[in-house]
Design a protein around this ligand. Structure first.
Ligand SMILES: Nc1nc2c(ncn2[C@@H]2O[C@H](COP(=O)(O)OP(=O)(O)OP(=O)(O)O)[C@@H](O)[C@H]2O)c(=O)[nH]1
Ligand SMILES: [Zn+2]
Length: 384
């Protein structure tokens, strides 16, 4: 091996069945990075082609550039956000909002960001039209979600081959297919592969290994923390733990995550073996920044589910295909699941992992997380 040889040889594209998936994921990664940068992307769906910006990262200049491309730029909101704004009561699909005045950053933020809801009236609105969630504009909102931004976009329909080349030096917007965006999460989950493994003795569980699973685009890893030597012929005591920076790392009292994380490892150690999957799904899948926004809204009086709704998210944006895929790769098909959440039980079942027993996972509430836990019991069906 030469000094600069890669430690894992690169498979040739033709020989690698994951190459197509890797390219799909890489294209979408590039698109969501563009949105986070405040740049536009073009998205093509069965319903046509459009240019999109994320509402959160749009600037006066990029909005002006977008408005120059077509006659009627529109703001795309999730049905949930449109509903809480009173624009489309009980909407179940995204909506396209046409503003009466021109596009400006203040008006767009006012529509997209619930932390500004107390700041005054909505901008004047000309029309609110329901749109398909799986079309090009719906995909723009999904891309904003994948970028962990507010779930809202500004779009303008493109006629013909593309934007006019008014400035030949201007970079073309990155182009994506709506179907790639919509397939991203599933493709990423199916492409997970173990990339490293190490022995990490834990206080109270010295015989512990941590395995890292990475999707084929080099995206965020999920971790499997394996205590002892689980016998995969028997149901394995298992915890699916969604990442919670504030609770797991800082000991935040707003949730029960820190207690659940350490409690699960203690319970698994007491049993002698088991698995804790540490899943990169911060904030029930909305990301840390949006979770902090949700906390701000909870301090205004909304409960944890309504705060997600105010932001335009579903109550829970997580998927459990990554968890099921990792369990499958570990050779585990039957589990005793440490959870109070019936959704996790149901989701694993859908992905061919049998939950032979739900093991309650309850910790003492404190004055800061009592309402959160009561809301989960009353509205999310958590079994406390
Ligand atoms: N959006 C949002 N996420 C939150 C809030 N509080 C905690 N979380 C996140 O919720 C997730 C909790 O994960 P889990 O403990 O695995 O899930 P659970 O649905 O409570 O289910 P079990 O603990 O298994 O009963 C973590 O990703 C936290 O970051 C909140 O108020 N809003
Ligand atoms: Zn938490």
């Amino acid at each position: 091996m030469t000094d600069n040889a890669p430690c894992v040889p690169f498979a040739s594209a033709a020989a690698d069945p994951l190459a197509d998936t890797g390219r799909l994921l890489a294209r979408v990664d590039r698109g969501l990075a563009e949105l986070r940068l405040g740049a536009a992307v073009t998205i093509t769906g069965d319903d046509g082609r459009l240019m999109a910006l994320a509402a959160e990262s749009a600037s006066a200049q990029t909005l002006a550039d977008l408005a120059a491309l077509g006659p009627s730029p529109r703001v795309i909101l999730t049905g949930r956000r449109a509903s809480v704004l009173g624009l489309a009561p009980a909407a179940t699909t995204p909506v396209a909002v046409t503003l009466k005045g021109g596009l400006d950053v203040g008006a767009i933020c006012r529509l997209a960001d619930p932390c500004l809801d107390l700041d005054g009236p909505l901008p004047a609105i000309a029309a609110v039209d329901p749109i398909a969630g799986d079309g090009s504009a719906g995909a723009a909102v999904v891309l904003a979600k994948l970028a962990r931004l507010l779930p809202a976009a500004v779009v303008v329909a493109l006629e013909g081959a593309g934007p006019p080349a008014t400035d030949p030096a201007a970079p073309l917007a990155f182009a994506l297919a709506a179907t790639d965006i919509l397939r991203y999460q599933t493709a990423a989950a199916r492409s997970l592969r173990k990339v490293s493994e190490a022995r990490v003795p834990l206080a109270g569980a010295e015989h512990t290994r941590i395995l890292a699973f990475r999707p084929s685009d080099g995206g965020t890893e999920h971790l499997a923390i394996i205590v002892g030597e689980p016998d995969s012929l028997q149901p394995v005591l298992t915890r699916l733990h969604s990442e919670c920076f504030t609770g797991d790392l800082l000991g935040s009292l707003r949730c029960d995550c820190g207690d659940q994380l350490r409690g699960a490892l203690d319970a698994i150690a007491a049993e002698g073996s088991g698995v804790l999957l540490y899943l990169a799904q911060e904030g029930r899948g909305i990301g840390l920044v949006n979770k902090l926004r949700a906390y701000q809204l909870q301090d205004q009086g909304f409960d944890t589910l309504d705060a997600n709704g105010q932001l335009g998210f579903d109550d829970d944006e997580r998927i459990y295909l990554p968890a099921a895929e990792i369990l499958r790769q570990l050779g585990i098909s039957r589990v005793r699941l440490l959870t109070n959440n019936p959704l996790k039980v149901e989701a694993l079942g859908r992905h061919a992992i049998t939950v032979v027993e739900r093991v309650p996972h309850i910790y003492e509430p404190n004055p800061y997380n009592l309402r959160y836990l009561q809301t989960k019991a009353r509205r999310s069906g958590h079994l406390f």
